[in-house]
Design a protein around this ligand. Structure first.
Ligand code: ADP
Ligand code: MG
Length: 398
């Protein structure tokens, strides 16, 4: 789960990371009022959306008066911000963060991520902050410092100092840098984060280390033990299809194709999407309905997939190991009887009790297209989708 910049800053500040003074606003008037409260004469107004790259997309503006703040925020509120991380549809701006403008002499990149190969938290830093990490690794890969943390002892001071030295932090600022690194690590570990990113972390003109941007992502599976983090969830920033799925305990990712997928198991779901593409189609979603594909779950999955208006065919691909094909078939029949769908449905069952499952589908009298292998299922789905499309076009023409 992602959170907003101002929320990440508030959390990191509690762990000892220094941030500039700032305030949140929900309207242009409030933004101007909050700037007055903060004091000073130069402010940065920042659109709060769950995406980076806001600066280049007009979501971060320097303002020199309350008037300019009103103008800048009038421009932001109610519109969608499209950055290279949001996709073409963008993310709605409903809050802005007003921050005192900071003069700085250096920008540093700092990121903490889970490194799967070493199974550790890895600190990634670069003296070339300001650019995105992808750009740094393309243009200045030699500037990147990586260091993994031994979980039994946490981030040790000597290790944090080593990172600071390799970034060329001036000696007088090393203790501040150590505090920042250790604060980020503790926040990451204590709150079950999967990512902490500060870009840029700056050295100010008056020699302080400050986080000018902050991003945190949390492990959704651990949110139950961090209610104070769980409540920071902002559904306005999520794909509505994905929010609905998350609320129902299904792992769903919305895509842009037309063939809806209902699959048990994440690996099989990935393979199903690949095979649809191989057969010349485009998947509308990733959906893993989990191992225990009960009739209720199958019904929920159908409703969820059909709520995407781009879906023009549905491919159900179930491999029953612990599960049983006859149960799944019952689920499909129940779901389609209770909520008939007006698109072709292709079902491929494999594994335990497959014969019984096939019989149930055949006996149901529902227009279900059956397939035995994954490739066959994908090909039939693509053919059925194309035929159905042609028919619909002809009907519209009449
Ligand atoms: P994003 O990464 O989404 O583009 P940032 O918060 O990193 O957004 O802001 C973009 C740039 O704006 C930063 O790299 C920094 O140069 C500048 N900036 C951001 N906040 C401040 C601030 N408080 N004072 C001065 N400059 C800032
Ligand atoms: Mg940034």
């Amino acid at each position: 789960m992602d959170i907003h910049e101002y929320q990440a800053k508030e959390i990191l500040a509690k762990f000892g990371v220094a941030v500039p003074p700032g305030a949140l606003a929900y309207s242009p008037e409030q933004a101007a009022y909050r700037a007055r409260e903060l004091g000073g004469n130069r402010w940065i107004v920042k659109a709060q959306v769950h995406a980076g790259g806001r600066g280049k997309a007009g979501g971060v503006k320097l303002c020199r008066s309350e008037h300019e703040i009103q103008d800048a925020t009038n421009e932001m509120f109610g519109r969608k911000l499209v950055t290279h991380q949001t996709g073409a549809e963008g993310k709605g701006i409903y809050r802005v963060y007003v921050e005192g403008a900071v003069e700085f002499t250096r920008e540093i990149y700092l990121g903490l991520v889970l490194d799967r190969s070493s199974q550790r938290v890895m600190i990634v830093a670069s003296s070339e902050g300001g650019m995105e990490i992808e750009e740094i690794s393309a243009k200045r890969p030699d500037s990147i410092v990586r260091s993994t943390v031994e979980p039994a002892v946490g981030l040790q001071e000597f290790q944090a100092r080593e990172i600071a030295f390799s970034l060329g932090i001036p000696a007088a600022l090393i203790p501040q840098m150590v505090r920042t690194l250790q604060g980020c690590y503790r926040a990451f570990r204590d709150l079950d984060a999967t990512m902490v990113e500060i870009n840029p972390l700056v050295i100010t003109a008056d020699n302080r280390i400050l986080a000018l941007d902050a991003k945190m992502t949390f492990d959704g599976n651990a949110l139950f033990r961090h209610p104070q983090i769980a409540e920071l969830r902002d559904k306005s920033q999520e794909d509505p299809r994905e929010s609905r799925a998350a609320d129902r305990g299904l792992a769903y990712i919305g895509l842009t194709g037309n063939i809806g997928c209902i699959v048990n198991g994440a690996g099989l779901a990935m393979a199903t999407m690949d095979t649809i593409k191989l057969a010349g189609g485009e998947p509308a979603n990733f959906l893993d309905i989990g191992g225990g594909a009960t009739p209720e779950r199958v019904a929920k999955a159908f409703r969820l997939v059909m709520s995407d208006e781009n879906v023009e065919a549905i491919l159900v691909n179930i491999f029953a190991g612990i599960n049983r094909c006859d149960w799944v078939a019952e689920g499909v029949v129940q779901a389609l009887t209770a909520n008939p769908v007006d698109v072709p449905v292709i079902v491929r069952l494999s594994g335990t009790n497959v014969e019984e499952g096939q019989k149930i589908l055949a006996k149901s009298g529902l227009p279900i297209i059956r397939a035995n292998t994954l490739m066959e299922a994908a090909e039939r789905a693509v053919t059925a989708w194309k035929n159905d499309r042609k028919q619909n076009t002809r009907m519209r023409a009449i």
